[in-house]
Design a protein around this ligand. Structure first.
Ligand code: GMT
Length: 375
């Protein structure tokens, strides 16, 4: 099939999932066309089956806001008609589903039919899309997509509830390439990060307020009072300064390392003992799945898709949002008993296997076939 993919080309989960999906589909022989404002960060090589088309939004003095949706719709029209794309898959509703619908209408006027699949990822529903400024347009574009998928049961239920949507929404979970992770287990160099028996605790996110990175630090503080440990914070974002101020005030600076945005997350994770994700909202929690695939138990909140992914008492523990005591006690329980930690590590990996790319990609291929045959 010839498949167009629209996504945010950044380190954000939706962009990562869209890019890995496109790469795997191209490996399976499909012709993939990414249409985005810059080359996706995880897309390092283009090939015969893997193409990238840049959406340009030129500056014009009259505009206070550049009309990105308009430029995207026009680019979609160009790419879809030029390469005779069979199906268009947009990730993250805002503004992609809306721009895709406009492109579909323009193509329709020109006698070309393109089915649209929209995958909802989380904040496009639970945070941004739900805002009255966007809600009518987001509701409209979800209803107008030929097929809608989302990444967890919880996100499907939220979409129905917040937008009053009655249509079918298929749940296709996020995925990881388990073979790739399995190979990495042997390459972990723990002593590159840890000093002696020191335990390594990791958090990876975009440091937005909903990730609650002050909770991460408070949990770590309680752990470190009982267990010799270090916290590694991977990523960057708006709450970083707040976190650094908090560390300074609480005399924790020397125990916490900020690594910024890095492509070496796997190398860090595979030498780690525990992953913390105390988010306020999380439709899936791809970062937690990547940790589990590297045999790292997860201590998380029990919101959204996280409680579907991180099985309480099995791959780690889940607690109510903001319950620092529960999360730190659970962490201490795992970290203070080597046998228990080993058991949780194995279980985390076993759970991650359910999300193997080989199981999930065919689900998307089926959706594409269904959309094409319906249209
Ligand atoms: O929240 C983020 O870190 C980024 C955001 C995105 O849109 O890229 O992540 C959302 O999509 C990911 C991929 O499906 C999910 O794993 C995240 O749980 C989801 N984030 C939220 O729901 C807050």
């Amino acid at each position: 099939m010839k498949i167009g993919i629209v996504c945010y080309p950044t380190f954000g989960g939706s962009g990562v999932v869209a890019t890995e999906l496109g790469i795997e589909l191209s490996n399976k022989g499909h012709e993939i066309h990414f249409i985005t404002y810059s080359q996706p960060v995880r897309l390092d090589a283009l090939s015969k089956n893997l193409h990238y088309h840049e959406v340009n939004v030129p500056d014009y003095p009259l505009f206070k806001y550049e009309p990105y949706e308009l430029a995207l719709s026009s680019k979609l029209y160009d790419v879809i008609s030029k390469y005779k794309i069979d199906v268009l898959h947009v990730h993250y509703a805002i503004p992609h589903a809306y721009a895709a619908y406009m492109a579909k209408k323009i193509l329709d006027e020109n006698g070309f039919n393109i089915p649209i699949i929209t995958t909802l990822h989380g904040t496009d529903i639970t945070l941004v899309g739900n805002h009255p400024f966007y809600k009518p347009a987001v509701t409209f574009s979800i209803n107008k997509s030929d097929i809608v998928t989302c990444v967890s049961n919880s996100l499907r239920d939220d979409t129905r509830e917040f937008f009053g949507i009655k249509r079918d929404i298929e749940v296709i979970p996020n995925f990881i390439d388990i073979d790739k992770y399995d190979k990495k287990h042997h390459l972990c160099e723990r002593n590159m990060i840890a000093e002696g028996e020191e335990k390594i605790i990791v958090h990876v996110s975009n440091f937005r307020p909903l990730k609650r990175i002050i909770d991460v630090i408070k949990i770590f503080d309680k752990i470190s009072q009982k267990i010799n440990s270090k916290l590694i914070m991977v990523g960057d974002g708006p709450d970083k300064k707040k976190a650094k101020d908090f560390l300074r005030k609480n005399d924790l600076k020397n125990k916490v390392i900020f690594l910024g945005k890095t492509n070496e997350v796997d190398e860090i994770l595979c030498s780690s003992d525990l992953f913390l994700l105390p988010s306020e909202k999380e439709s899936f929690g791809l970062a937690a799945l990547e940790a589990m695939a590297l045999k790292v138990p997860v201590i998380s909140s029990n919101v959204g898709g996280l409680k579907e992914l991180n099985i309480n008492g099995n791959s780690g523990y889940t607690s109510d949002v903001g319950d620092i005591d529960s999360m730190s006690n659970n962490a201490i329980e795992i970290l203070s008993n080597e046998n228990l930690k080993k058991k949780f590590k194995t279980q985390a990996f076993e759970n991650a296997k359910k999300y193997d790319i080989k199981k999930v990609i065919p689900l998307y291929e089926d959706v594409y076939k269904k959309a094409i045959s319906k249209s």
